[in-house]
Design a protein around this ligand. Sequence first.
Ligand code: MN
Length: 193
Amino acid sequence: MKNEMPKLPYPQNGLEPVISAETIEYHYGKHLQTYVTNLANLTKGSADESKDVEEIVRTAPDGGIFNNAGQVLNHTLYFLQFTAPKADNAPTGKLKELIIRDFGSVEEMKTQFENAAVTLFGSGWAWLSLNKDGKLQITKESNAGNPLRQGNKPLLCFDVWEHAYYIDYRNRRAEHVKKLWDIIDWNVIEQRL
Ligand code: MN
């Protein structure tokens, strides 16, 4: 992935009422844009300038370049995994099989994922990823963390930085997290396997 703004596959109000147009305006339009701009400025004229964002996330030392590259990658995966809200939204196919194999049921995976998102202290991300042994796992990453850093394949992420939900949900992180299941595009998640 190059360091650039992803094109959203839905209109700015297309995720309402789960995520408002105003949150997209700020979270996508300002926060993500700032990370893209910062990364471009920090890598300008260096060897990092031509690297994929994933490579920077895998290899950069802790610090400003890693933080901004992590946030570009995390937010790109985040915004591209959503679609218009629908009832009975659920994974299918190979992804559903793997979830049942590794968690027992889709409901159990969602419960564990919500728990990770709600109990993450401070700012960060909850992740579903495929680990090096081919097993699905749920992890919490603080700040700009991404499972790629440990050699795992990122599939699904919930942003629990307050900027992700404060306009719409104020301090009610748990309520926000629960509503996000309605807008996950499970086909996109399955394609990331
Ligand atoms: Mn964010």
